[in-house]
Structures are given as C-alpha cells and as structure tokens.
Design a protein around this ligand. Sequence first.
Ligand SMILES: Cc1cc2nc3c(=O)[nH]c(=O)nc-3n(C[C@H](O)[C@H](O)[C@H](O)COP(=O)(O)OP(=O)(O)OC[C@H]3O[C@@H](n4cnc5c(N)ncnc54)[C@H](O)[C@@H]3O)c2cc1C
Length: 199
Amino acid sequence: MLDLLIIGGGPAAISCGLVLSSAKEKEYMQHKKVAMIAYNKARDLDVAVLNNLFGVPSNTKGKELIASELERLNSFNFVEQLPQNPIEEISEKDGGFEVKTAENTYLAKEVVLAIGHSPKIEKIKGLNTYLTPHTKSLEGQKKFALTNNNLQIKEGLYVAGLTSDCESQAAIASGTGAVVAVQLMTKWNNGTFDHHHDK
Ligand SMILES: Cc1cc2nc3c(=O)[nH]c(=O)nc-3n(C[C@H](O)[C@H](O)[C@H](O)COP(=O)(O)OP(=O)(O)OC[C@H]3O[C@@H](n4cnc5c(N)ncnc54)[C@H](O)[C@@H]3O)c2cc1C
C-alpha cells in the first residue's frame, strides 16, 4: 500500500510533491511510498501565458512551466510517477483508499485530490457526497469543488488547488498544495509541527 497518492498534474499537485520531496531526508519520511498520477489533460495552465506569477519571468508559457516543474519534481527521485490516466473511482478500503483508473487500481493510506474544478469531476465515482458548486468562479461558469475543512475532506483524504474551492490563480493553487504537504509532514511527524527549509 502506498503511504500517499497525489492525484493531478497541475500547480497544486506538483507543489505538494515538491515540498514533500524537499523533506525526503527527514527521519519520518524514510520508507514513505509516495506516488502521483500526473494526468495531463484538462490542465488549466497548459493554455496560460504567465505575467503575474511570483518568481516566474513574464511571458512564460504555462505548459513549459509545468514541464520544467515536473522535471524538477522527478529529479528529487522521491515521488513515483504512475501512468497518466484519469481516475474513475475512489472508495475506502483497508483503512485507506482504493483509487481506480480504467487500467489500474491503487491502494493508498492517504490521498490528495488536486484534480481541478471542471464539471468532469462530477463523473468520478465516490466523490458525489462531497461535490459542491465552486464559489470562486466567474459568473456563469459551471465549476465544482469538494467540500473540505482546511483542505481535508475527511481523515486521510485531502484536496488542493481549484478542487479545494480556492481562487483560480496559479500562486494560490500551488500554495494550497504546499499547505497539504506541510499538514502531511506534521502528521507523519507524530503531530509535532514541521516544515522544510533549505539554507
Ligand atoms: C486560459 C487560462 C489562463 C490563465 N492564466 C493565468 C494567469 O495568467 N495567472 C495565474 O496565476 N493563473 C492563471 N490561470 C489559472 C491557473 O491556470 C489555475 O488557477 C491553476 O492552474 C490551478 O491549478 P490546479 O492544480 O488547482 O488545477 P489544474 O491546473 O487545472 O490541474 C488539475 C489537474 O488534475 C488533472 N485531472 C483532472 N481530472 C482528473 C482525473 N479524473 N484523474 C486524474 N487527474 C485529473 C488534470 O489533468 C490536471 O493535471 C489561467 C487559467 C486559464 C484556463
């Protein structure tokens, strides 16, 4: 069973993976099995040109930024990249969660859902109970989020980025991914707060 499955391939999911990866030498991170399904369809940033993202030069293409951030994530060699297929179902099993794509089934103790706010997330089985209209979308847009309390749907099940009902700015989406990473690190550190800074 995986310790953590991060689902999504946008700023929220990648940022969560980056913060966890940067902390991989910590004692409580040893032997943690973390994987990601970086499905790459319907990713908002793929069509964006960025002129307002902190730390990112103007006129950066969102698609190029995602590619280089995924490369950076993979260079840590901590988060295993799983086949990039959309998830179709999530349910509770063996004290964790079972996640199904058309081709594979994964078991994970904890799951981060960073799957955007498209109406397509309505079709994922097992999420209906948590589905709620996105409250920070432009008028007339039909978008969805998943009900959560401080980025947790329930014990072990987290949301990040647009799925959490955050505002659609890349800095905000990636920030929520980082928050979830710190929440997980603190949990794995037996509840004592922890984060990771390099000097
Ligand atoms: C045209 C456009 C221009 C924009 N311009 C800017 C800008 O200038 N500045 C700015 O800050 N923000 C901009 N944004 C907003 C920014 O792109 C989003 O706020 C940000 O990408 C949200 O990140 P996210 O990770 O929450 O979601 P997303 O980037 O949408 O990522 C969601 C991920 O989940 C995956 N996914 C979806 N369904 C499934 C499934 N069933 N199973 C597995 N994975 C799934 C998708 O493939 C994707 O990888 C723009 C957005 C658009 C659409």
